[in-house]
Design a protein around this ligand. Structure first.
Ligand code: SAH
Length: 429
């Protein structure tokens, strides 16, 4: 079969929602292609004698229809697009012929010259999709796509916060004014991750690149702030004077005022915004002022700092639970909301945040309520950063050992048999 291969492709964005797309083949290529088709809302039908486990899971979940046999030309009937994902060139050509006869566009994973449609290399950035065709050279397409993706992610490609940020609120954007609030401003509470700047989420990094104003915590990785465009207003929340209560009011006021003035405000918080981060209060303050607010979860230090110290917070046969508690209030303080006696009775892992100052009282309370003094314990200071330090001890000795080693905040304390389960197999990258 001859096809004209010299002409330029004509780019299109196919809106496949509710339309049948036929995928021929059930192997690795089909497994990679099906998710984007589903994401586009296509009714995906796979024809193949066998499926990979991942595809079978899609079938079992009712997201994909499967016909368990080799391809027949009539399978193309009614399809809007055909994706050929078989290795055998004779079988692939049979699909191409059937598609051509029915005037259905056909993507060929095995032979781009035989295809009537090419799939571009894609980067999705919120509401924007960038699709790159490399003139028949997929490697060139991927290289250009990666360059665009990096520049979108660090904010150097587009320097206005408002242009790309349609997708902060999930779902279709119908009415921009309604979504953004009367002024167009809004707030995103974004988790920065525990310390390693690479442990922010993809979404968090994108929103950071789009922000007009960034209000950052003390525990936020400095390198993330280093990447901000020069025109971004950076408010250092840790430098706000007054006591903690007044300072929080002041932060809430800054978030609300900047958003009401039309800015996209990213409130960047260490770890996860809702783990002892007062993120809930900030969300409430925004809501009370009628400012649209969204949250982007983060990698929390309560799991990540132990992990990078070689401690899994759960481990098969060792711990079926982990509890994250704040130690900023001493156990005997009436203001404490933690049931330390119950914690002492549990067998799982206890992770204490903000607990250094009260570590002696915390350990004594757990011991007094029956936890074994020999229970392994560890303290991880500045976890996931280049300055990470780990101290290993037991529940009976950890408070003294931490004091002697001059462990400083930020640090997490991990108590339980998971400490020491792994040999030092996991190294920081
Ligand atoms: N929202 C944060 C926790 C804020 S409370 C999160 O999800 O990680 C602050 C406490 O977190 C610190 O006192 C310390 O106990 C812990 N912490 C934060 N970053 C840390 C790090 N890199 N290493 C060890 N502990 C950390």
């Amino acid at each position: 079969m001859t096809r004209q291969i010299g002409a330029n492709p004509y780019p299109l964005g196919l809106r496949l929602a509710g339309h049948r797309v036929l995928v021929v083949g059930g192997g690795a290529v089909a497994t990679r292609r099906v998710p984007a088709l589903l994401d586009a809302g296509a009714l995906v039908e796979v024809v193949a004698p066998e499926l990979t486990p991942a595809l079978r899971a899609q079938v079992d979940a009712g997201r994909v229809r499967w016909t368990a046999r080799p391809f027949e030309p009539a399978d193309v009937d009614g399809a809007w697009l055909v994706q050929v994902a078989v290795n055998d060139p004779v079988a692939a050509e049979a699909v191409s012929v059937a598609a051509l006869e029915r005037r259905v566009f056909c993507v060929r994973a095995d032979d781009r010259n035989a295809a009537t449609a090419w799939t571009p290399a894609v980067v999705r950035h919120g509401a924007v999709t960038v699709a790159v065709l490399g003139g028949g050279d997929p490697h060139r397409a991927v290289t250009v796509r990666d360059a665009v993706r990096d520049r979108l992610a660090d904010g150097t490609l587009v320097s206005t916060g408002s242009l790309l940020s349609d997708s902060v609120v999930e779902g279709p954007v119908v009415n921009r004014a309604e979504r953004d609030g009367p002024s167009g401003g809004r707030v995103a509470l974004v988790g920065s991750g525990p310390g390693d700047p690479e442990l922010i989420t993809v979404k968090g990094r994108r929103l950071l690149a789009e922000a007009d104003v960034v209000v950052a915590d003390r525990l936020v990785p400095g390198l993330l702030l280093d990447e901000l465009r020069p025109d971004v207003e950076l408010v250092d929340a840790s430098k706000i004077p007054y006591g903690p209560a007044r300072a929080q009011e002041e932060i809430n006021r800054i978030l609300v005022e900047r958003a009401q003035a039309g800015a996209f405000v990213v409130r960047l918080k260490g770890g996860d915004p809702y783990v002892f981060g007062r993120g809930g209060e900030e969300a409430l303050a925004c809501a009370a002022a009628g400012v649209p607010v969204t949250v982007v979860p983060g990698v929390t230090s309560s799991i990540a700092a132990p992990a990078l110290a070689g401690i899994p917070v759960t481990h098969r046969g060792v711990a079926h639970e982990f509890t994250v508690v704040s130690g900023h209030v001493p156990p005997d303080d009436p203001a404490s909301l933690v049931d330390w006696a119950a914690l002492a009775r549990m067998r799982g892992t206890v992770v204490v945040l903000m607990g250094l100052k009260n570590l002696a009282a915390i350990a004594a309370t757990l011991l007094a309520h029956g936890r074994e003094p020999g229970t392994p314990a560890a303290v991880v200071q500045e976890g996931t950063t280049g300055a990470q330090r780990t101290l290993r001890a037991t529940l009976g000795t950890v408070a003294d050992a931490a004091a002697t080693a001059r462990i400083r905040p930020p640090a997490v304390v991990v108590i339980g048999n998971v400490v020491g389960t792994l040999p030092p197999v996991v190294t920081a990258t």
